[in-house]
Write a protein of this length. Structure first.
Length: 187
């Protein structure tokens, strides 16, 4: 894919600062959970694997955030929420604290996790191929997100805050390991 960005309107991984709020679009975990279900039942036709089979990249949302200059940094969630958050934090030289209770989990994830007797966190935090956007917004700009959500018809959820700690932890201070989707891993 080739293209040219609008002058000065590129949303990069760099630019997040301590105090910025962390936001994510859509819902998380359905693709990774769908892959897990398909590995045990390749012929699944229940609709539970639709999160893997149907991809809806957030191109309009990304271009709107860049054009409006609301987000300080951003990345797509293609290799798992935590791994991609590590990448953003590394590029911005910062850390993060996320609130697991605020994560927008696709309801299919819980059904698949129960069926496979696996923790849903594996899919939500460390899965991959969600193709949602993870982005940071200075607190003074968060009111504008309602307009962005309405204009793009995409649900946006505040899931945490950028810190200067250099680590990624949850709301209780528990360290979240750097891992995620490995596209070269044999299934």
């Amino acid at each position: 894919v080739m293209g040219s960005p609008l002058q000065g309107r590129v949303l990069k991984r760099t630019g997040a600062h301590a105090g910025d709020e962390i936001w994510v679009s859509g819902q998380l975990g359905a693709s990774a959970a769908g892959v897990a279900l398909l590995t045990t039942n390749p012929n699944d036709r229940t609709g539970l694997t639709d999160g893997f089979r149907t991809v809806n990249p957030r191109i309009l949302l990304g271009t709107t955030l860049a054009r409006m200059g609301i987000a300080s940094a951003g990345i797509d969630v293609s290799d798992g929420l935590i791994l991609d958050l590590y990448r953003l934090c590394s590029a911005s030289k910062c850390g993060a604290q996320i609130d697991r209770r605020s994560l927008p989990v696709d309801p299919r994830v819980y059904r698949i996790a129960d069926q496979l007797n696996e923790p849903a966190d594996n899919y939500v935090l460390y899965g991959g191929e969600d193709y949602e956007l993870l982005f940071c917004v200075p607190p003074a700009m968060t009111e504008a997100l309602n307009d962005v959500s309405d204009a793009t018809s995409v649900r946006l959820s505040r899931i945490g805050v950028i810190t200067d700690s250099g680590q990624i932890v949850d709301q209780s201070g528990t360290f979240l390991p750097k891992r995620g989707w490995d596209p070269f891993k044999e299934l």
